[in-house]
Design a protein around this ligand. Structure first.
Ligand code: ARG
Ligand code: MN
Ligand code: MN
Length: 306
């Protein structure tokens, strides 16, 4: 039994397709709280985070939009995350992926204070490894992984509290990487399990290899699940669809293995844009995946000893 803390993060400023701000409401309507209580967990809904007004920060990259608002979200969500961590498992209901600038910062400062290493698994079509200086779209939802890894180029932001070492980061499902991200990733120890790796090796071996490392280090594990990790055929409600995503079964297998590991300590659900959905099917698919992440299975089998 886990105490689940729902935190709404209606962030829309990190991209240009309005609608992600409706995400937290869609998760509630699609039955996220009930799914968790049916699995025997307790649920506390802390409502939606409200950021302070933006303070007018600027940067040299003219493409960047909504910088002050995104910094305000980052500060508010980092505070909400570090406050929630000692109380249970925070589940951040987004909101676009720029919300992870804040959630991972808050989780990282908690892990640092607890003296435990933080690991991050990034379930996404994109690497989100731009900085404020390198993004060409100017959409800051393309930057949170670089911020968490401690890349330079985030001057207007608060310094990231305890940068996550590249060895502790695993990207999964990747199939869209911009040239500047590619060059920067090549300089890191980050594991990039792109779709080619998953096509060749399947889900289980690469995921278990990472989870074994988290366990061996007694690490905390932040899971960041972007809707576009999923194939758009069953999860269309996202502004940045990329064909060739994980199938329904592959995505559930990822979630089942994460649950079996018992390692997840915080979760982001990001990029759901209910305005682009078809009768709530993507919201429901995401809620079902959280069910698998939190212990729903078809049959109980003895879990593999890690
Ligand atoms: N969280 C996301 N969906 N990110 C998509 C980023 C796409 C592209 N790399 C950009 O920077 O604009
Ligand atoms: Mn993303
Ligand atoms: Mn993405």
């Amino acid at each position: 039994m886990t105490h689940c803390i729902l935190i709404g993060a209606p962030v829309d400023e990190g991209q240009r397709r309005p609608g992600c701000l409706m995400g937290p409401a869609a998760y509630r309507v699609a039955g996220l709280p009930r799914t968790l209580t049916d699995l025997g967990h307790t649920v506390e809904d802390r409502g939606d985070v409200v950021p302070a007004p933006g303070r007018g920060q600027t940067c040299a990259n003219a493409a960047v939009h909504h910088l002050p608002e995104t910094i305000a979200w980052t500060e508010a969500l980092a505070a909400a995350a570090s406050t929630a961590m000692p109380d249970g498992l925070p589940i951040f209901m987004g909101g676009d992926h720029s919300l992870s600038l804040g959630t991972v910062a808050g989780v990282a400062s908690h892990a640092d204070a607890a003296g435990r290493p933080l690991f991050v698994i990034w379930l996404d079509a994109h690497s989100d490894f731009h900085t404020v200086e390198t993004t060409t779209s100017g959409n800051l939802h393309g930057t949170p992984m670089a911020y968490a890894a401690g890349r330079a180029g985030f001057d207007p932001f608060p310094p990231f509290p305890a940068p996550v070492p590249g060895e502790n980061i695993c990207m999964f499902g990747i199939r869209s990487v911009d040239p500047a991200e590619h060059a920067a990733l090549a300089e890191t120890e980050i594991t990039v399990n792109d779709m080619r790796v998953l096509d060749e090796q399947g889900i289980v071996a690469p995921l278990r290899a990472f989870l074994d490392r988290v366990r061996a280090a007694n690490g905390m594990l932040h899971v960041s699940l972007d809707v576009d990790f999923l194939d758009p055929s069953f999860a269309p409600a996202v502004g940045t669809t990329v064909p060739g995503g994980t199938t329904f079964r592959e995505a559930h297998l990822v979630c089942e293995l994460l649950h079996e590991s018992g390692l997840m300590t915080s979760l982001d659900l990001v990029e759901l844009n209910p305005f682009l959905d078809e009768r709530g099917k993507t919201a429901r698919a995401m809620v079902d995946l959280v069910g698998s992440l939190m212990g729903r299975k078809v049959f109980d089998r003895p879990t593999r000893a890690f």
